[in-house]
Write a protein that binds this ligand. Structure first.
Ligand SMILES: Nc1ncnc2c1ncn2[C@@H]1O[C@H](COP(=O)(O)OP(=O)(O)O)[C@@H](O)[C@H]1O
Ligand SMILES: [Mg+2]
Length: 367
């Protein structure tokens, strides 16, 4: 792993002087990053400047003091998304802007970023299709962090992800996995659908969350080795609600959840759905968009009321419009994007009601 480029105290003082009275650690960090590509922690900037006799930075750094009777308390700072410097070999894991076309930013996105930025282990919870998984990807994209998604399952064991034995120059050696390597650099690692994992398999997670470390017993020629997580390695979770609709809906024990923070994801509003879909399909006439969204709402309503064991999200709505816009007859487009899912879950009878609703939205189904 290459060494991080170093910044000199002289460089910091120069930038501080250029910024004049406005200089705060945040602004110095930003300007330094813009000019040199080097990212330095704010605390390091403050420490270096104080050590160089440059005094404390403007109080804007920590916010003005607020008088609370006897105590003085530091006012909260407005939230600023931190940008991370990433070594070249990990850049390929930073989520690309193209996957966020039509992404609608919601207050929950800023909240998730705050959980991550303050070093928490956030758990996103909420119904299928409320943007939990995508929210973590979006944070990684915005914060310029490599992202890894690990989908959990009943038998998943964290230590099985640590690496494997491999042959090197005729000797059997243990090689750490990309997962372990990612824990050693600024990154976001999302354990998705943790409700599926059996509770006995959550023990490995305790040390990870408690001590921010992994013990890899095969590493160092079998002597074992602790890997301390990089301070900017962020671990997050997503889980579906406990309901018969979701298989493997284990409730996690509190010693696991007790180390986490929680975000409940709201369902998308009609306006948000319209915004997301029209950004993906800019040529779609407004009247058509309204029909598609009306249809989408009506079938999600039926799914809820009839407790059908499927979930549809903006993803299926986008698939439907993709098909229709590429010339597929509407009935087939509905079948291939949404209603066909009912065959997959052995509920073919419900398919008919999806088409009846479509009839109501489009007076005659375009065939
Ligand atoms: N903030 C958002 N804005 C627009 N579309 C979104 C957003 N979040 C998610 N989506 C859409 O919804 C789909 C489902 O999101 P996902 O994150 O997989 O949901 P969950 O993990 O809660 O089941 C995504 O494929 C994407 O099309
Ligand atoms: Mg998900």
């Amino acid at each position: 792993m290459g060494a991080q480029p170093k910044v000199t105290t002289e460089q910091l003082i120069k930038i501080k002087n250029e910024l004049g009275k406005a200089a705060t650690a945040t602004l110095i960090q930003k300007k330094l990053h813009e000019e040199t590509g080097i990212m330095v922690d704010e605390s390091t900037i403050r420490g270096r400047l104080v050590a160089a006799g440059q005094g404390l930075l403007s109080t804007k750094d920590t916010g003005p003091d607020v008088n609370l009777g006897q105590q003085t308390k530091t006012a909260p700072q407005p939230f600023v998304m931190k940008q991370h410097a990433v070594e070249d070999e990990f850049k390929k894991y930073i989520p690309d802007a193209t996957i966020f076309v039509g992404y609608v930013e919601r207050p929950v996105d800023r909240r998730l970023a705050m959980h991550y930025q303050t070093g928490k282990f956030p758990v996103s919870q909420g119904k299928q299709g409320t943007g939990k998984t995508m929210g973590h990807l979006y944070y990684a994209h915005k914060a310029n962090l490599p992202f890894a998604l690990l989908s959990c399952h009943e038998e998943m064991k964290l230590h099985k992800l640590y690496g494997d034995k491999t042959i090197q120059n005729g000797n059997i050696v243990f090689r750490e996995s990309e997962f372990v390597r990612l824990t050693q650099v600024p990154s976001v690692i999302l354990f998705d659908e943790i409700n599926a994992i059996s509770n006995k398999n959550t023990f490995d997670f305790h040390a990870l969350l408690q001590n921010r470390e992994l013990f890899v017993k095969d590493a160092d020629n079998g002597n074992g080795k602790w890997f301390k997580l990089h301070p900017e390695c962020k671990i997050g979770f997503a889980m579906n609600p406990k309901s018969q609709k979701y298989i493997g809906g284990n409730i996690k024990p509190s010693n696991f959840l007790g180390r986490c923070t929680f975000l409940t994801y709201p369902e998308f509003s009609v306006d948000e759905i319209k915004k997301a879909v029209s950004a993906r399909h800019p040529k779609l006439p407004k009247a058509e968009l309204d029909k598609f969204v009306k249809y989408f709402q009506a079938i999600t309503d039926v799914i809820d009321k009839s407790k059908l064991p499927i979930d549809v999200s903006i993803r299926q709505l986008n698939n439907l419009i993709d098909f229709e816009q590429s010339g597929m007859p509407l009935k087939e487009a509905i079948e291939d994007s949404i209603s066909g899912m009912l065959d997959a879950v052995s509920q073919p009878a419900a398919k008919e009601s999806f088409f009846r609703i479509a009839q109501a939205c489009w007076t005659s189904l375009k065939t």
